[in-house]
Every structure is written in C-alpha cells, then in structure tokens.
Design a protein. Structure first.
Length: 294
C-alpha cells in the first residue's frame, strides 16, 4: 500500500491556499513529477462505474494511488473493478463510504472481503439496516487498515500530485438524515477538479454555496442523489460551473432518475450531461490542465 497523507481540520484560509495552489501553471506540476519520478505522460483516471442504481467511483492518480468511493448496491462492483485495475490487483489504497445507504455501501462489504485496503473513510452516520450493520462490521474488522471519520476541511493527499478536500459534513452527522450526511469532496489534480456529492440534498448545497462559493468550481460534477430533484439546484450548478455533469443511475430505474427538472437545469447551463444508465461506465482522464472522456 502507498502512503496517504491526511491533514485534519483545515481552516477556510487553508482551503483558499489549496485553491490558489491548484492554479499554479502546469510546469510546476511537471517539476514535481520529475522530482517524485512520476512520468508527465501519466494521467488521473476517474471512472464512474456501471453498477446499476447506485454510486461507485474508481480513481487512480498519476502517482498510482487507487481509491474507491462507494461500491453500489451489491457485488456488481467486483465485476467492474477488474476492468479498471489489473485482474490480479487485490489492493486499494483507500475506500470511502459517503453515507450508509445500500446503493452506496452494499458493494463495499464485498470489496472489503476481497481486497486489501489501506485506509477506510466514512462518517459516524449509520442506519439501522442490515447492510449498514454489515458494512460497519466489515469496516471494523479491517484491523490492518486506518479507519477514520472525516469532516469539512480535512484533506487527504493521494500521492504527491492529487488531493481530496472535504466540504461536508461540517460536524458530527450521526443523527442527521442519511442523504444529508453524505461526504461531499473535491478531487483535485493540477487545475482540474471533480466535485463528488454523494446524495447531498439542496439544503446542503445551499450551505456549501454560502460557505465556500467559488472554491466549489469544478470541471466535472457528479450530480447529487443520482439526478434526483432533491439535489442539483440551479444555484449550485452555476457555482460549481462544470463542463461535465455525471448521473450514476440504473437503466429504467423505478425512481425515474435523472428527473426531468434536473436535466433541464443542466441543459439550461450548457453543461454536457453523461449517464451510466445510457453509456455504461464513464471514464475521465486528465493531465492536470485538460479533462476529457475516454
């Protein structure tokens, strides 16, 4: 397992500094790559996996750090991960569970039993369901892993070139409604950012816009709650100002995701909408300056 650097309790000033650093010309990142031995031809990979009605996001950084954010509702994730990793690779540097709903953590129970995981990230929010209990049991059984709860302002350095900055929850979400407790975080590589929202609701989005404003700007936005009308307000879209918006949802799902209102909001702002229900797994690559769909 590779080393992950974890910065606890960043202040708003610290987030501003991180944002300013992200706009340093790419030559600075090339110099860093040369020092650390990372090839400038290597890219950040972010794959929104086709696991049906749920979320599962695989990340591999230019430094070779491998991360899985959520695992979908069931063991389907075990079929999709080998398409992004070597079939013989049984290690993940970090697994992050955004919140304890089945369509996000059901598959993580299988992942933890099959893969060696260096770091497990979640929050104190647990639901009284069988799948939540199974995840907590599997998580706590990983004695070789660092298990931690995170808060807004925490930053995890995924190697030398990539970071994950947490914007929510701001306090202990143990008693919050499950979706509201979702970990909202921005993945940054050079001048390229991905805003990953779990199932965060419009109320959380309003808080984030008021608290962080332009720091939320990202090239890629994963729409909250699979494109449900309970997320992705017009104000939040305008603040994040993405080039791409991603819906992680199942084909012909019974919830009708993405909802028509959300699709209209995205289209009204000339954002390119992609859906796993239509396209299957969606893979982005970035060199730290540009981002594109593979």
């Amino acid at each position: 397992m590779r080393s992950l650097f974890y910065i606890r309790g960043f202040t708003l000033l610290g987030l501003v500094i991180l944002w300013l650093i992200s706009w340093i010309p790419f030559t600075a990142h090339l110099q860093l790559a040369a020092v650390t031995g990372v090839s400038a031809e290597e890219f950040l990979t972010v794959a929104f996996l086709d696991i049906g009605q749920g979320d599962a996001i695989f990340i591999e950084t230019p430094d070779g750090i491998q991360v899985l954010i959520d695992g979908g509702p069931d063991g389907t994730v075990l079929r999709e991960l080998p398409k992004q990793m070597s079939s013989f690779d049984r290690g993940l540097d970090m697994v992050l569970a955004t919140h304890p709903d089945k369509d996000h953590i059901g598959g993580l129970v299988d992942v933890l039993s099959r893969y060696q995981v260096g770091m497990i990230v979640s929050t104190e929010n647990n639901s009284e369901t069988a799948v939540s209990s199974a995840f907590v049991f599997a998580r706590d059984a990983e004695q070789a892993s660092l298990v931690t709860d995170i808060r807004a302002g925490d930053v995890i350095a995924l190697g030398a070139s990539t970071s994950l900055t947490v914007f929510s929850p701001a306090s202990n979400p143990a008693t919050w409604e499950s979706n509201a407790s979702s970990i909202v975080a921005k993945l940054s590589y050079g001048a390229v950012d991905f805003m990953l929202t779990g199932d965060a609701s419009i109320g959380i989005e309003e808080y984030l816009v008021e608290r962080y404003g332009a720091l939320l700007q990202s090239e890629v936005l994963k729409l909250g709650h699979h494109g449900s009308r309970t997320s992705t307000s017009a104000e939040f879209l305008a603040t994040v100002a993405p080039t791409y918006a991603v819906v992680s949802a199942g084909t012909d799902n019974t919830y009708g995701h993405p909802h028509t209102e959300v699709v209209e909001r995205v289209n009204n702002q000339n954002i390119k909408l992609l859906s796993t229900a239509l396209a299957g797994t969606i893979v982005f690559r970035s060199d730290g300056v540009r981002v594109w769909v593979e």
